[in-house]
Design a protein around this ligand. Sequence first.
Ligand code: GLU
Length: 296
Amino acid sequence: MSFLTRFAPSPTGRLHLGHAFSALTAYRAAEEAGGRFIVRIEDIDRTRCRPEFETGLLDDLAWLGLTWEEPVRRQSDHFDAYASALSRLYDLGVLYRCFRTRREIAEQSAGAPQEADAPDEAEAPPSQTFVQGSGNKIDDNHRNRPSEETPFAWRLSINNSQRLLGEEFARLEFVSEDVGPKPERRIIRVRPDLLSDVILGRKDTPASYHLAVVHDDALQEVSHVVRGDDLLSSTHVHVLLQRLLGLPTPIYRHHRLLTDEDGKRYAKRNRSLTLAALRADGVTPTEIRRRIGIDQ
Ligand code: GLU
């Protein structure tokens, strides 16, 4: 199998040291395997992504010394492809419309374990509603009768997926490798407790992080997904989605998250630690690598 990995940032702010660590970890994995490295712009959230952040992050990656294959795929150019994947899932009967607001879902899930997940997409615990066959009915997840204008999210029904896949559901698994030159492999069973009725689209946007990432990793023939372990619970959902959509499951390498001096993970709110700010202070790419423990 030829090795291809990717770094897939969302242009919602400038890159920080945590991103640099993730990008360099993936890049080094490709180098060690004699494989290929691509960058993908995950910008389906049209309210938060901005072109200047996209330009800025590509500039930061080049400054760090990374090179990647062109053209760079920009997800916002491919809504049609995600709409087809969404309608395929609809035809399978594993989607339902959810009219609850983020706040209502958060209240309902309060107390339930919340794994870190895809950026800003509120999770819903598995719906109890089973929709027979492929006919999608509005489920119980609305308070009042929704009007035509009421916004909604398309959610994946874990229950329906389980019914559809039967015994195979319990056998879903993926290969996980350690990060490093001689990665050890493990087979991980998909854990039902890490699955939730994630959002796969919205009334006006036929895509979400989960749908687009699964679609694109397959389309771009990504053999190894190298990303932070904050996305581990998402991987369990992604393996289910791959099975439902008939797509291959790549090998996953989840790396540890880089933390600051206080032990907190880097976030876009730590403005002073953006690569742009560090560059402006005269910090060199070599110093960045040393600081995040990726010496080369
Ligand atoms: N776009 C996601 C992020 O910026 C990363 C997705 C992935 O690596 O699968 O957090």
